[in-house]
Write a protein that binds this ligand. Structure first.
Ligand SMILES: [Zn+2]
Length: 322
């Protein structure tokens, strides 16, 4: 129990006995929560101390001397009750502060719950990130596998291209070989053409020689016998051929019927411009002669032997020759 108001009739600050009818006032010290009775002379001191005035001034009603014991007891009871009230208020303050503390703790608990909730949200967010990272990793692995496959197919393509290039090179080599063969063939064709041209020139020369030989033969006496025999046996087969390249140039003239043949040799010296015609052989059956000598290339026309058209050369070029 507080003992603040033990001496109910004295001032708490100046300790002076309160006079009868003097209006004392009840103050409370906010720190100690104690109540104190203060005389009117000490109001300002109490105010300066920060005490709080409780209610209106109390007029001390006790008698001096305290003859009225009942009144003193009542006043004492009031003081005790005030002390109890003060104690209750003190307890109430503690309860209030406990309540405030509890509320604060509840608020803290709510804050913690919010933080926990936030943390759970954070955890879920992290889990989502982990899942997305796993997805990303899986996609990256798929891309890597695709890139690997693409790389392999690229390598295969390079190999096939290289093989195609090799094949191409082989073809080129083959083509070059064929080209070489063709060039060789062309070269041999050129050589053959040169040979043909040379032969043509010689042939042309030979034709000229044969014509000269026939002109000599037609001027000789031997033509008269040929013409005579032809009157009875018909036109003969005539073969005129150069018989060598020596000088004078020998030209062999063979005149054949079914049952007889004559062979003459005309020798021409083109340099000396001399000519001789002589009969070299005769016979009955022309089949005893070599086949080349049986080929007809001259005809008896009226009283002279001329070269047949086919004797003028080879193929169409005969027209351009003489
Ligand atoms: Zn006082």
């Amino acid at each position: 129990m507080p003992s603040t108001v033990e001496d109910t009739a004295s001032c708490a600050l100046c300790r002076r006995h309160l006079l009868v009818g003097e209006p004392a006032r009840l103050y409370q010290d906010p720190q100690s929560k104690r109540f104190a009775k203060v005389c009117p002379l000490c109001y300002e001191r109490a105010d300066r101390r920060g005490w709080r005035a409780e209610g209106r001034p109390i007029v001390a009603v006790h008698a001096n001397p305290p003859s009225d014991h009942l009144l003193r007891e009542r006043e004492s009871l009031i003081d005790r009750l005030r002390g109890q009230l003060q104690s209750v208020e003190f307890d109430l303050d503690r309860v209030r502060s406990a309540l405030a503390k509890a509320e604060q703790q509840a608020a803290e608990l709510r804050g913690i719950k919010r933080e926990l909730k936030d943390l759970q949200g954070e955890v879920r967010k992290h889990e989502r990130e982990v899942r997305s990272l796993q997805d990303e990793k899986r996609r990256a692995e798929e891309r890597a596998a695709q890139a690997e496959a693409a790389h392999k197919s690229e390598i295969a393509r390079h190999h096939s291209v290289a093989a195609a290039l090799d094949e191409r090179a082989a073809e080129m080599a083959k083509v070059a070989q064929v080209q070489g063969q063709l060039e060789q063939e062309l070269e041999s064709q050129r050589a053959r053409y040169v040979e043909l041209a040379e032969a043509r020139r010689k042939e042309s020369d030979a034709r000229h020689v044969r014509r000269l030989a026939l002109e000599a033969f037609n001027r000789s006496e031997h033509i008269e016998r040929v013409v005579a025999i032809a009157r009875s046996l018909g036109d003969p087969i005539v073969n005129v051929r150069c018989d060598g390249l020596e000088l004078p140039r020998p030209v062999k003239i063979t005149v054949m019927w079914d049952i007889s043949w004559y062979e003459y040799v005309v020798r021409l010296d083109l340099l000396e411009h001399t000519v001789t015609v002589e009969e070299t052989r005769r016979g009955d059956d022309p089949r005893e002669l070599p086949a080349a000598q049986l080929e007809p290339n001259g005809v008896l026309r009226a009283d002279r032997i001329v070269l047949a058209m086919q004797a003028y050369g080879v193929g169409q070029s005969a027209a351009s020759g003489r």
